[in-house]
Design a protein around this ligand. Sequence first.
Ligand code: GLU
Length: 364
Amino acid sequence: MRLVVKLGTSTLTAGTNRLSPPRLVDLARQLCALREAGHEVILVTSGAMASGREALDYPELPKDVPAKQMLAAIGQPRLMALYQQLFGLYGVGVAQILLTRADLANRRRYLNARNTLAALLAQRLIPIVNENDTVATEEIRVGDNDNLSALVANLVDADTLILLTDQPGLFTADPRRDSSARLVTDVTDSDIPASLWEAAGGTATGLGTGGMITKLQAADLARRSGTMVVIARGGDPDILTHIAAGEKIGTRFHPAVTAIESRKRYILAGGASGCLTVDEGAARALSRGSSLLPVGVAGVEGDFERGDTVRVADPSGREIARGIANYSAADLSRIARRRSDEIDSLLGYNYGDEVIHRNDLVLL
Ligand code: GLU
């Protein structure tokens, strides 16, 4: 299973004003155990600013953007150093990925981030993602790590997104104020009911950016791309282990569509910016579920960039598939009909053997 786990500031600090080493050790142990059990794990972490504040010993700072970006710049490497040390105890390597909304909105950058994450997972590392706070201006930032984790779940086609927080899940009302509040266990409706959006309003807690409302937004986004979403309390014993075992814990949002359907929709949505004509052999291979290799490409039409959606036509001109091109039209005109091991010498670089990876291909 491919899991994205989001740790919020309140979880990392165990409700205090500094990162909590015992809490972090405990979570690192569970995350490494999940990886050991064969799952692929991607961590989305907050806590950079909290760590920066701690490093400076809680100075009085203006509440402006430069001050926040400064805190993130100080805290992010400290946070990573801590993770590196803790995961290292279990012999697990980590890698840092810093993203902004702009990286995920642009198709080429989206594809680059996706391929980098896939390469890290193939090395059995745990990628650790945070927003690139020091450069993220208002226009390009996601703004909270709940929504960022949903975008990451979508980026990696995660099976499950786990949002750990200081509450056992989503309640029908604020449990601190309303004794009739009960925990919402399962959300299966195709749209999240309005009553839950209302219940989530205005429950933001101390240090983190998100409250329940950003968790609901994240859940809404992720389940529409085929991901199961669980909101649970980070401090509960072996919480990740229990969730990964499929136990009914916290609030579970069931996927609104299957992952394949969602990927299909994404590919079929934006139209196509070019067409690749493939030979008979490649057309047959595609219909059996293979990726498209340059050797099977007989013709290239249109002006498209790497990451754009293109049509795939058989020799008679009939459209047989659509997919996301790993190479631009200009690159393809040079590598068409050539073997994948020649890509590097023909272009001076390569983005992999495939012109369209089978995961990025929809047969029509
Ligand atoms: N990126 C911020 C940080 O690491 C946290 C954002 C959030 O908590 O949602 O400090």
